[in-house]
Ligand binder design. Structure first.
Ligand code: COA
Length: 386
């Protein structure tokens, strides 16, 4: 069994409303970039894991495991699609990691893809709500912004978190995205812009929401032996943790914290034998700006209830004590749901290998990535080290 699993190559498309790209164009471009970055031959790849939430509903294409292998010129290899709503990418990364860790394969590709903008916003909302509880939430007319609005209200009530603090998450992430050439929204927003943007689900406004996005990302994983032979710049996966919670929000003990993230984070820190204070930066699942605040609390970067305060104090900014979402996050980099977990890994690898350009975090040695499915029924946490 290999001691460690490393990432030796990464690739992403631009994120946004990409009319010129079909579903297969997206993942082919991301995969080709990752293979080129790793400096390997496609023929070296032994297996493929692809995360996608709803290709059937968004792009009328199922059976994407074989499709991706086909268009990557890899037909013949075992190819598996994994799905955990918006955590599908994180889960694909974890399955690829387990496949190598088990000793079965030496070189595996993990990808994520979603082509969301070919349907109307109304259809996208209905498709996304498939990640919630159909019988108790969706059938009653609840949408994802509405679920996160409920969590927002509860966080504000329990901890005194203010809408200004939540808006500061959006301001920070839009700023970071101006430094990311692949981001969907490369423009700054002010607190006033956020607070005056149209209401989506009270108290959440347009600029508290991640957008609907097309995009794909891919990473090449290798066993320790192969990784050392193939690359001088390996990023090691020192923890991979997955946890679940109830599918419906009303069954949770708390609406102000995501317990699956708490459990996954605890397991990840145990595996990596480190504490939250050892993390140099994190890419977290800010599908709505309140979600970043709940994430940094669940991940142990501050006490529960203090996420708004440390955001306001600038601790989560690029030059703060724990930079969060240097890529621009889901809010401004974009959120092609199945690709997001892999895109987080791509950003972490760029940061850890000093290739993040103008958004480079100083002295980045250990990064954490946190990917959530639905309103928190699934959380995937990975820790990556240089
Ligand atoms: N942030 C900033 N700007 C946004 C935006 C966002 N989240 N979403 C859309 N825009 C911009 C568009 O670029 C467009 O700008 P333009 O007029 O300058 O071209 C404008 O707002 C209108 O865009 P449109 O696509 O018509 O917006 P919409 O009203 O159809 O959709 C939301 C907006 C917020 C409803 C939609 O983005 C949404 O549902 N987001 C949440 C996605 C989600 O739930 N993901 C899963 C999370 S678990």
């Amino acid at each position: 069994m290999p001691k460690r699993v490393g990432i030796i190559g990464v690739g992403s498309t631009k994120f946004g409303e990409l009319w010129d790209y079909s579903f297969r164009d997206l993942i082919t471009e991301a995969g080709t970039k990752a293979i080129t970055d790793a400096g390997i031959d496609g023929k070296d790849i032994e297996a493929l894991y692809i995360g996608s939430m709803s290709p059937g509903l968004f792009a009328e294409q199922e059976h994407i495991s074989a499709l991706v292998a086909d268009y990557a010129g890899l037909s013949g290899i075992p190819a598996t699609r994994v799905e955990a709503a918006c955590a599908s990418g994180g889960l694909a990364l974890r399955e690829a990691y387990i496949a190598i860790k088990s000793g079965l394969f030496d070189i595996v590709v993990a990808g994520g893809v979603e082509k969301m903008t070919d349907v109307s916003t109304e259809s996208a909302m209905i498709n996304l709500m498939g990640a919630g509880d159909q019988e108790w939430e969706a059938f009653k007319g609840v949408t994802f912004p509405a679920l996160y609005a409920l969590m927002t209200r509860r966080h504000m009530f329990e901890y005194g978190t203010t809408i200004e603090q939540i808006s500061m998450v959006s301001v920070k992430n839009h700023h970071n995205a101006t430094l990311n050439p692949n981001a969907q929204f490369q423009f700054e927003v002010s607190i006033e812009d956020v607070m005056n943007s149209p209401i989506v689900a009270d108290p959440l406004r347009l600029l508290h929401c991640s957008p609907i996005t097309d995009g794909a990302s891919a990473v090449i994983l290798a066993s320790e032996e192969k990784a050392k032979k193939l690359s001088d710049e390996v990023v090691w996966i020192s923890a991979s943790a997955l946890a679940t919670d109830t599918i419906a929000l009303h069954d949770r003990k708390s609406l102000s914290r995501i317990n699956s993230s708490v459990i996954a984070a605890r397991n990840a820190y145990e595996q990596a034998k480190i504490k939250p204070k050892d993390i140099d930066f994190a890419e977290v699942h800010d599908c709505f700006s309140i979600a970043e605040i709940m994430a940094i609390e669940a991940l142990g970067f501050c006490e529960f209830g203090n996420g708004g305060k440390i955001t306001e104090d600038g601790e989560t900014a690029l030059d703060g004590s724990i930079p969060i979402n240097p890529s621009g996050g889901l809010k401004a980099k974009g959120h092609p749901v199945g690709a997001t977990g892999i895109a987080q890994a791509v950003e972490a690898v760029l940061q850890l290998t000093g290739r993040a350009g103008r958004r480079q975090v100083d002295d980045a040695e250990i990064g954490l990535i946190h990917n959530v499915g639905g309103s928190g029924a699934t959380s995937v946490v990975h820790i990556l080290e240089r």
